[in-house]
Design a protein around this ligand. Structure first.
Ligand code: PEP
Ligand code: MG
Length: 889
């Protein structure tokens, strides 16, 4: 195996082997651009070293061969006393890990060669300054000396001289400093600073290898989900100097503006300086455009090179360069980071320039970037007072008066106030308040808590689990760290993208992209926003490419209409339990409490027309498109009052000797229905099987609604979905009954309805027996929320707030499996169940309606396993469309 590559031997596609920096240095070298000569030690060499604790046997000889070739080319030897070749030793992994790993510059300087450098450069100060930088960097990164010791000594030297900046230290001062630095190395590292240049180089290479497993680097990789076994490459590059006088300097540049995407001259330049000085902000840089006045030749050459790079990489590149006495050198380039908006613009600009095609343009943007563009944002330049931070549960920027109960939220918002609903946690009772509020803030609960899920569904800003905030709903106030009390009516601002909570009003900027999806702003109009134009075009590319259809999770006509505007091709999940709340609650209570069949039938009869009306509206909004209606799922106790509150009410009434029979009955029912694990209890199809008439009523409402729409010349496409099925027998029983009711409605109305009946696959047993279940189901919709919960044995309501943070910190997973599908576990069940289902019934329709349906990475997975559609909340639809397009191109 070959462990060392000259820059002339590599290319940009060898990032696995040469790391990002090495691959791009090689690419630039081969493009004929001025790159200081050098070579790259591969990640393979690093891996051998990390695995065995020893460098590969062949490495030393290979490095020697490449070093002598480099010395021949440069006409000087590493560390040569009268005219030293100096090199930098830089880390460079496949993925950029900014500042995480080590770099040592000026290798090759010693007590002898520093004199030679001074003579060659005609600049004594420069030579000694370079030497002290080497000892400092080498001491710190290679020999493990505390960096502050060097910094303190440098400060002391400045103080002694009564100067404030490094550049005011003269050669004599720096000489003294070098002596001091060497002493520090000797005491702290227990050895002399090595005078042998080859020893310096070898030790530095080893230090770079070791830095792969430094604590900072490990933490960064875990957070960024970069695998731990990639290793880093090491680049050995001949030094060029930007600090050799006014005709020298160093800078950074972008081939176009990373904020707007516009072409032009973007970057900074610092005269008479080395790279670290720019980063350290020691002196002020000037805009790159000024380089034209300072050094026109280098400037023109740089512009030419930037054009070459853009045309070559077909993308925005960022660049580091140095000018040494009028000679331009390229030190680094890579495809540059950019803002979300710029990503969309650049992708379309490059299509227009003929540099990339539509499929490639789709790879240049992400659903996460689109999501970012869709939320209103806080104006980042505003002055703010942050008082807490919770989980960023549903993005957006919301400002309003703090209210601590749903009732006040509704009342105040009706009178035109903007409010933020602040609760310890929310429950279905808070729904009205959540709808009325600008945003929701809770001090408990994680990303799948009630508040989070419902808020995401509504596209409403939500910060949850902000534990430092003490919410006191009784006294209608919350205490923030430091003791400040936010009373009802005080204005607060919450940022659902960062989880930050602020006191007072932070100004907000609306998203033009949402205005566009809503149809309030049009692409192609004279004054159209450039960003909107770009988004419009990219969405068209995605729609042309994608195979997956995209549906919405929506429970009412308003959401359905919005979903349609956003591009939904139907409803994949209508949760009927949401239709049982509000004013209808009393009816539902009566149903649950019914003692006799007659009483039960009475309340079902009253619910029927209400349900029917909901469905008529929904079918009308989605006319011509499929609407999947799921029969009632959650446990019944969710529709009854809270057990503690009710007990208090009963006790109070008792002590006051007031009549309380109804309350007492209710309390008994709550006790009767109480379950230790309601999520594993009487819900879904189980409910339908034990409460006679419930599912029948719902199916009848669906069938009658469809018949009514048909009579009105509409085109309803209803699908009935049975939740929480574990075995085909459950489905068969419900199906038989449903078929009977549908036939009855068809007969009575004289209409042929063609209602499809299918099931959710959300229990492991259902997935494992999918082949049997498909015999009774015309479609499957994977309920990946419950499936994740039951496959992992994680409670979706609790874990994110309890131990997920620890799991994420320990790298057990990089992201919650409730957010991104766990491919190996839950995903395997989905893949296998889809296959088994289709073996039984080749035309089985397959979809997913768990939260994962709107998650970018999961959408790619669902594309791969051959589902027909994903269903997600209305606001996620553009993201799902885009990702489905990306997955297919
Ligand atoms: C699911 O379990 O994935 C699902 C969509 O149903 P719900 O979230 O309503 O349980
Ligand atoms: Mg479910």
């Amino acid at each position: 195996m070959k462990f060392v590559y000259d820059f002339t031997e590599g290319n940009k596609d060898l990032k696995d082997l040469l790391g990002g920096k090495g691959a791009n240095l090689a690419e630039m070298t081969n493009l004929g651009l001025p790159v200081p000569p050098g070579f790259t030690i591969t990640t393979e060499a690093c891996k051998v070293y990390l695995d065995s604790g020893q460098e590969p046997a062949a490495l030393r000889d290979e490095v020697s061969a490449h070093l002598s070739a480099l010395e021949d080319r440069m006409g000087k030897k590493l560390g040569q006393a009268d005219n030293p070749l100096l090199v930098s030793v830089r880390s460079g992994a496949k993925f950029s890990m900014p500042g995480m790993m080590d770099t040592v510059l000026n290798i090759g300087l010693s007590d002898k060669s520093v004199q030679g450098l001074a003579k060659q450069a005609g600049d004594e100060r420069f030579a000694w300054d370079s030497y002290r930088r080497l000892i400092q960097m080498f001491g710190k990164t290679v020999l493990g000396v505390e960096g502050e010791l060097f910094e303190d000594a440098l400060e002391a030297a400045k103080t002694a001289k009564k100067v404030t900046v490094d550049t005011e230290l003269e050669a004599a001062d720096l000489k003294k400093l070098v002596a001091k630095f060497k002493k520090i190395v000797k005491t702290e590292a227990g050895r002399d600073f090595p005078q042998d240049p080859r020893e310096q180089m070898d030790l530095a290479i080893k230090a770079v290898f070791d830095s792969w497993n430094g604590d900072r680097a490990k933490l960064y990789r875990r957070q960024e989900r970069i695998p731990h076994d990639l290793g880093t490459a090491v680049n050995v590059c001949s030094m060029v100097f930007g600090n050799l006088g006014p005709d020298s300097g160093t800078g950074v540049a972008f081939t176009r503006d990373p904020a707007s995407g516009h072409q032009g001259v973007y970057g900074d330049y610092l005269q008479n300086a080395q790279g670290e000085d720019v980063v350290a902000g020691i002196r002020n840089t000037v805009p790159l455009a000024e380089l034209e006045q300072i050094d026109k030749r280098s400037y023109d050459q740089l512009m030419q090179i930037m054009e070459t790079l853009e045309n070559h990489y077909k993308d925005l590149c960022d660049i580091e360069f140095t000018i040494e006495r009028g000679q331009l050198w390229m030190l680094q380039t890579r495809v540059g980071k950019r803002t979300a908006g710029a990503a969309f613009r650049i992708a379309t600009q490059l299509v227009d320039q003929g540099l990339i095609d539509e499929a490639e343009a789709l790879q240049r943007v992400t659903g996460a970037q689109l999501a970012q563009l869709m939320f209103p944002r806080f104006d980042e330049s505003a002055k703010v007072e942050q008082v807490g931070r919770g989980i960023a549960a549903s993005p957006g920027a919301a400002v309003g008066k703090a209210v601590f109960d749903s009732y006040t939220a509704v009342k105040w918002s009706r009178s035109g106030e903007k409010v933020i609903l602040v609760r310890r946690e929310t429950n279905p009772d808070d729904l009205d308040g959540m709808i009325a509020a600008e945003g929701i803030l809770t001090s408990r609960g994680g990303k799948t808590s009630h508040a989070a899920v419902v808020a995401r569904g509504m596209g409403k800003t939500c910060v949850c689990g902000a534990e430092e905030l003490e919410v006191d709903t009784k006294r209608r106030r919350m205490t923030v760290p430091g003791g400040h009390v936010v009373e009802e009516g005080d204005v607060i601002s919450i940022d659902g993208s960062s989880g930050k909570v602020y006191l007072g009003e932070v100004p907000v900027v609306p998203s033009p992209v949402v205005e566009y999806f809503e149809g309030r702003m049009h692409a192609g109009a004279d004054d159209a926003d450039e960003l909107v134009e770009a988004v419009h075009r990219i969405m068209a590319f995605a729609d042309r490419k994608r195979r997956l259809r995209v549906r919405a999770n929506a429970d009412n006509a308003e959401d359905a209409l919005r979903a349609r505007r956003f591009g939904a091709q139907g409803i994949g999940l209508c949760r009927t339990e949401h239709m049982f709340l509000g004013d209808r609650r009393e009816l539902v209570e009566r149903l649950i409490l019914a003692d006799t069949e007659a009483e039960r039938e009475e309340s079902l009869k009253e619910l029927l027309p209400l349900q029917k009306k909901d469905f008529v509206e929904l079918f009308e909004a989605m006319d011509g498109l499929p609407v999947t209606i799921r029969l009632l799922d959650p446990p019944l106790h969710e529709f009854l009052p809270d057990i503690t509150e009710l007990s208090v009410r009963v006790a109070l009434a008792e002590s006051r000797q007031e009549p309380h029979e109804n309350e007492l009955r209710l309390l008994q029912a709550v006790h009767r229905l109480h379950e230790q694990n309601p999520m594993l209890g009487l819900r879904g199809v189980r409910l339908g099987l034990v409460i006679p008439g419930l599912f029948t009523m719902q199916v009848r409402a669906i069938a009658e609604a469809a018949a009514e729409r048909k009579a009105a010349k509409g085109d309803p496409r209803a699908e009935v979905m049975i939740p929480l099925v574990g075995t085909v027998q459950e489905l068969e029983i419900v199906r038989e009954e449903a078929d009977r009711v549908i036939a009855e409605v068809e007969e009575a109305t004289g209409t042929r309805l063609k209602l499809a009946i299918g099931t959710m696959i959300e229990l492991p047993r259902a997935a494992l027996t999918a082949g049997q279940i498909a015999e009774a189901a015309e479609f499957f919709s994977f309920g990946t929320n419950d499936l994740t919960q039951t496959v992992w044995g994680f409670s979706r309501d609790d874990v994110e707030a309890s131990f997920f943070t620890a799991y994420l910190e320990k790298g057990i997973f990089g992201v919650s499996p409730f957010e991104t599908i766990d491919r190996d576990g839950v995903g395997k069940l989905v893949r296998d169940a889809a296959k088994a289902g289709r073996e039984t019934r080749p035309d089985l329709k397959l979809g997913v309606c768990g939260e994962h349906g709107g998650d970018p990475e999961s959408v790619h997975f669902f594309h791969e396993v051959g589902l027909d559609y994903v269903s997600c909340s209305p606001f996620r639809i553009p993201v799902a469309r885009l990702e489905a397009g990306r997955a297919a191109s």
